[in-house]
Design a protein around this ligand. Sequence first.
Ligand code: FAD
Ligand code: NAD
Length: 164
Amino acid sequence: PSPLRMRKALGRFASGVTIVTTAESEDEASVHGMTANAFTSVSLDPPLVLVSIANRAKMNAKIGETGRYGVSILAGDQEPLSLHFAGATSEPDLVRFTWRKGVPLLDGALVHLSCTVTDSHLAGDHTLHVGRVEELWYDDGRPLLFYTGSFRALDLQGGDEHWG
Ligand code: FAD
Ligand code: NAD
């Protein structure tokens, strides 16, 4: 299949939206962030997640250098941050970091994960960075969703809250 058909098909797999962050030091000037929806839970024991980062993204080399990354799972009102960290808009005034285990994370997110890279696997034009979750924090609230190339909101009034 062509890249366009891949995007059309895989865009029908609804996801949340994260900002992946990393920093060389606890100096805020060394922080780099980017928007990613290719994030998944991998293992509970040990606690592992992964992010798939384009080889040409600046983030890819930076994670290779720092060996650590943060994942902030965005809340429903954080679409502007998602666009900012994808380079689609510039909204630096909206960006506020909280630090956990020496890793920067985005204020206002639903979930924060601080991870140490255990393995990095080259996979085509992306690299899969498996991270051991060192610390996490979560809150309740609506998530930001991404589906068929658009941002969406979860309708909690529609009954989704009764599932499980
Ligand atoms: P840049 O493009 O240079 O940086 C990204 C943006 O973040 C820039 O606007 C920059 O100014 C800003 N920024 C970075 N650090 C800071 C800071 N400390 N303070 C303030 N602003 C800062 N790509 C993938 O590889 N994997 C994915 O899973 C993925 N999922 C995506 C999901 C969605 C919904 C979208 C919209 C895009 C996704 N992308 C994904 C594409 C990716 O977000 C962009 O290609 C991104 O621009 C790559 O970032 P970069 O590391 O090359 O750095
Ligand atoms: P889109 O229609 O390109 O995205 C639909 C789906 O296609 C995504 O959820 C993802 O599963 C897949 N996809 C898209 N681009 C990909 C890529 N370069 N590598 C691997 N899978 C990819 O959505 P859009 O609104 O046109 O996206 C905005 C920008 O963000 C585009 O430049 C897109 O390439 C990029 N993006 C990249 C990834 C990724 O690298 N994994 C994921 C989503 C979006």
